[in-house]
Design a protein around this ligand. Structure first.
Ligand SMILES: O=C(O)C[C@H](O)C(=O)O
Length: 507
């Protein structure tokens, strides 16, 4: 019988914690290289600007060791446990890995955001240390433990899709039907993980596991496909990018940087297919333990980042939020670039729900929204000299159902990311309001514009509390103007046509 390898509890905890800290501020270099190429090729000006913000943000995070995105994710861990290994611990594997998560998320030098809520259907209580993680364990041959650690953002996870197809249905057609429905809340450009086969739950797992693979679409296209799966990856990649959705849904050439597919045998009666997107804050790392101590992940070199340094557009208009009027808001046109200055309120899912509940009961709100602008955000707590940690926008679409309620309170405009739906766009036009878009995945860069921050309501909601931020030159784009012109509806259509008419995508 093979000798057992002992995996010390502390080695696993330390390795998980280090890997989570590492991925919070270092993008995988395959993503950065592919995004750098996408930046060079991008013809859509708004999409190019968004990619420049994401690349600049990425380098700032690598330098400053602060999170790429305010959504520091729910932790997914995939363990392949060699059957000749034993865990030296009186805790369960889940408890040990969760201890690593806790240590990473509470690290005082780079505190990460606690986004995990217990009791999801009812009280939705924040567990305060981002535990528990979602742990998948596979027993394999050998005397090593191989671990993939990922921190999955909520915006991209929300767009996951699954279908039990009939055996003869087309996977490509389904993907092309789903992508426009997924909008921009998953923060493109990113990756698509696709699972084919297995059973319902196994298929979803395959799609998620596929996202752990490195981006290699450029190399694959260069050498040509050698399997049916590789040919399918290329077909989906080209056809999705031809949709013209582009970075942040602003219309352009790069919606995805790669498609990864994993498959497994399935029942003759069906063809399960799952698709999970990964956002611009793609975060995952791999390490192996062999009993000799904790794993070490080497830091990437800063000169590996593309030479892209975003600065605000010279044509951007400065806006004073402290003196903003309804007439100012009505002068903005979709696509205008603005630099926001002055005080704004914040609020996201839990605050909106509580506001609606309080209004229904006739209770007084802690803040007056009349004449104010709201930013949909849940920031990371500050460290050292920061007034706030990374504070990029959350998906505005989730706030659509509260649009009329908030605008009836006299709100002048909102700031978030991704598209507004038809009803919310109509409500914005009816109130002659506007919706402004900041770039998802540029959270640290955005936070540099925030000069003061204080909680002004619902403090018990933690990162979902209502804050008042004082901002200087915070970059946003008018995504829905007061006439209801909606960038996210218009731009992808324009770019889809342009791509088709002018053959803009490389072969
Ligand atoms: O939770 C957040 O801050 C953002 C979320 O990941 C989203 O994309 O909507």
């Amino acid at each position: 019988m093979a000798e057992m390898t002992t995996i010390r509890e502390e080695d696993l905890i330390e390795s998980v914690a280090d890997a989570l800290q590492y991925i919070s501020y270092f993008h995988p270099m395959d993503y950065i290289r592919a995004l750098g190429e996408a930046y060079k090729a991008e013809a859509g000006p708004a999409a190019k600007d968004a990619i420049a913000q994401i690349l600049t943000n990425s380098r700032m995070c690598a330098e400053g060791h602060r999170p790429i995105c305010q959504d520091t994710g729910i932790v997914n861990v995939f363990v392949k446990w060699g059957q000749d290994c034993r865990l030296e611990s009186d805790k369960s594997l889940q408890e040990v890995v969760d201890e690593g998560v806790r240590r990473a998320y509470l690290d005082p030098d780079n505190k990460l955001r606690a986004s995990v809520l217990a009791d999801p259907a009812f009280t939705r209580r924040n567990t305060k240390d981002n535990t528990p993680c979602v742990l998948h364990v596979e027993m394999v041959k050998g005397s090593k433990v191989s671990v993939d650690v990922a921190a999955k953002g909520g915006g991209s996870e929300n767009k996951s899709k699954f279908k039990m197809m009939n055996p003869s249905d087309s996977i490509v057609d389904w993907v092309l039907e789903m992508l426009p429905q997924m909008g921009a809340g998953w923060c493109p450009p990113g990756m698509l993980g696709i699972g084919i086969g297995g059973t319902a739950e196994h298929c979803m797992l395959l799609a998620k596991q596929a996202l752990m693979e490195p981006i290699d679409m450029a190399q694959l296209k260069l050498r040509g496909p050698q399997t049916d799966i590789e040919a399918l990856r290329i077909e989906i990649f080209d056809k999705v990018n031809a949709l013209g959705i582009g970075a942040q849904g602003l219309g352009g050439l790069s919606t995805i940087l790669d498609v990864k597919i994993m498959d497994a045998p399935c029942h003759a009666a069906g063809k399960p297919v799952a698709m999970i997107p990964n956002c611009a804050a793609t975060r995952h790392a791999h390490f192996t333990l062999d009993g000799s101590g904790p794993a070490f992940l080497e830091a990437p070199k800063l000169d590996e980042w593309p030479d892209v340094h975003w600065t605000p557009d010279v044509a951007a208009k400065r806006v004073n939020l402290d003196t903003l009027t309804a007439e100012d808001v009505q002068s903005w046109k979709q696509g205008d670039r603005l630099l926001l200055n002055g005080r704004m309120l914040t609020g996201r899912d839990a605050a909106h729900k509580r506001i609606a509940d309080m209004l229904a009961k006739g209770e007084e709100l802690p803040v007056d929204f009349k004449g104010r602008v709201i930013y949909y955000v849940g920031p990371v707590d500050p460290v050292r000299e920061e007034v706030v940690g990374p504070a990029g926008p959350t998906t505005a679409t989730r706030m659509d159902k509260f649009s009329d309620t908030m605008l009836n309170l006299g709100l002048l405009a909102s700031v978030g990311k991704a598209e507004r739906g038809v009803a919310a766009t109509e409500s914005i036009a009816k109130h002659k309001s506007a919706y402004l878009m900041a770039v998802g995945g540029a959270a640290y860069l955005v936070s540099r514009a925030i000069k003061q921050s204080k909680v002004v309501g619902f403090a018990d909601l933690g990162m979902e509390a209502i804050y008042e931020f004082t901002v200087e030159d915070m970059p946003v784009t008018v995504a829905v103007d007061s006439t209801g012109q909606n960038v996210h509806q218009l731009a992808p259509l324009v770019w889809k046509k342009k791509i088709a008419d002018e053959g803009l995508l490389p072969a």
